[in-house]
Design a protein around this ligand. Sequence first.
Ligand code: GLV
Length: 326
Amino acid sequence: MKPSILVARAVFPQILTQLAQHFEVTSNQEDVIWSASELMHKLQGKQGVFTTGSQRIDAELLAACPELKICANMAVGYNNFDLDAMTAAGVLATNTPDVLTETTADFGFALIMATARRMAESEHFLRAGLWNSWRYDMFAGSDVHGSTLGILGMGRIGQAIAKRGAHGFGMKVVYHNRSRLDAALEAACGASYVSKSELLQQADHLILVLPYSPEAHHAIGAAELAQMKPTATLVNIARGGIVDDAALADALKNGTIAAAGLDVFEGEPKVHPDLLTVPNVVLTPHIASATMPTRLAMAQLAADNLIAYLVHGKPLTPLNPQVVTV
Ligand code: GLV
């Protein structure tokens, strides 16, 4: 008998076709957002689940789903997983590293540029019919080339952004990370290690690319924003909750920093109402990895992990490989 799996959100049809060759598949092409108890109910009798960042996998759910063996997340971030609880329950977690690195770095750079050059604000002005003459300082922003790029979090995506900044835009690149990169990698990225305070003080453009963890909660709040230059911009493509959105909205209103670009929000898809009313912020709906080839590669890797583990016992990108016993 084929193992049974649940695909918790809508996905590319060809991925479902492929999964159906190996599994009894229950899908959700209507893309209904299930509550925790609905997810629990749908997972009864399933050995695997294809998740996205919007399904929370925690101890309560695991206790109610004893047949579950693997949760394959279609995302590199996995803060929707309680990894310790999954490991304790012997449930494998997988994510989708590497396949989205360059696409996400491109988007990080796009947001840096859109923020520095006030693209959203000026587009809204134009669409509102307010453009009636040229003016010497109209939407004058800050330069990206030759400026100092600060990167908080220096994993694969941070490194890809550093290379774009250092080698493409002639930027001085400084970074802060839990652990310092080795000298060869720092040289390849054109980046220098600094303390978090130095990073905040030196960056003309600061981008956040660190994973969410309880320690990273509100890593950028009022005190950190106060250390930044009043001309600086802040970009968050990491996770909501790393920035204190209310403090950021205040900082944008008060001129503590010049502008921000945000792809992720605490409690998304809700957005802090104050951020919707300040002009100097570019807002996008968590789309940093959203190109068709990259989203397909992410879905493929999540599906391949389900097949590799449930059919062959060897996952491709495990987060808790210690649970693999075969
Ligand atoms: C997107 O946010 C991801 O973690 O892949």
